[in-house]
Design a protein around this ligand. Structure first.
Ligand SMILES: [Zn+2]
Ligand SMILES: [Zn+2]
Length: 266
């Protein structure tokens, strides 16, 4: 997989110019190391059977999201034998997007794994984690025409050097063969961090923060929006609203980690 990732300097579009050459050099180093190093657990680095897996300890600590879950937002719910069941929040108010799915819960261990992706020297993780997204988001990926990452503002891009949502989106695009338009959505406001904000505050924070690039030509298309984390869904909702206003047919959302109880204290 590392070989495929390296074919054309993957991920350059979502990297700031300064870090592009550093990124290529880093990943060339990763490929060389991958060829000689034994497979390691993605989370803790312990030796495992094959590349891209977790050790037994980390696997047992990570909470993978399995059915039953809300057919709309994908949050785990307590029902049996009903694939069309919805959570209370979606019954009260449907999100702007059509469906959302996540691979694992944003618990302490889930957050640690996502944070690893934000480290510049672990961008190789995106390829392995995208394979998990392929498995759990298979239906959404099959149904989409185009993949679009949730963007970060260019100021933050300059500080962080890359957008991990775009790295995941590119990897899913490669694995699935579905096209990705990295710049289809633009973040027009450098919105402050959503951390510590409740649902209403998050909504206000991201309202009107996104615009769709006209030349992306998304009219009537089924868009799969990809992000690393879904918390209250305010960002996914704001992105979906911008996309639908631009004439997109429908929007599904696929994330790596999601808050299992967005109505709770998080
Ligand atoms: Zn481990
Ligand atoms: Zn729901």
């Amino acid at each position: 997989m590392f070989g495929r990732q390296l074919e054309d300097g993957a991920g350059l579009n979502e990297m700031s110019p300064v870090s592009q050459w550093l990124g290529v050099a880093r990943r060339l180093g990763t490929r060389a190391l991958d060829a000689v190093l034994p497979p390691q657990c993605l989370a803790c680095g312990e030796a495992v059977d094959r590349h891209g897996g977790l050790c037994a300890g980390c696997f047992s600590k990570l909470t993978f999201i399995t059915r039953p879950y809300c057919c709309v937002c994908g949050v785990p719910i307590q029902v049996f034998d009903d694939d069309d069941a919805m959570c209370g929040a979606c019954i009260r108010e449907r999100p702007t997007y059509r469906r959302a799915r996540g691979v694992f819960a944003y618990t302490d261990e889930g957050r640690d794994l996502v944070l690893k992706l934000k480290h510049a020297d672990r961008t190789d993780l995106a390829v392995h984690l995208a394979q998990w997204m392929m498995r759990d988001g298979g239906e959404l990926i099959r149904d989409c025409d185009v993949i679009v990452p949730v963007p970060i503002h260019r100021w933050r891009l300059a500080m962080r050097t890359f957008n991990q949502a775009a790295l995941l989106a590119r990897a899913v695009s490669r694995l699935s063969g579905k096209p990705m338009i990295a710049t289809a959505l633009q973040r027009t406001k450098p919105t402050p961090s959503q951390g510590g904000l409740d649902r209403q505050a998050r909504r206000r924070n991201v309202a009107g923060a996104f615009k769709v690039e006209a030349k992306a030509k998304l009219e009537g298309k089924a868009v799969l929006l990809i992000d690393d984390v879904l918390t209250t869904g305010a960002t996914a909702d704001a992105c979906s609203r911008a996309l639908l206003r631009a004439g997109v047919g429908n929007v599904d959302v696929l994330v790596l980690a999601r808050v299992p109880n967005p109505g709770g204290s998080v």
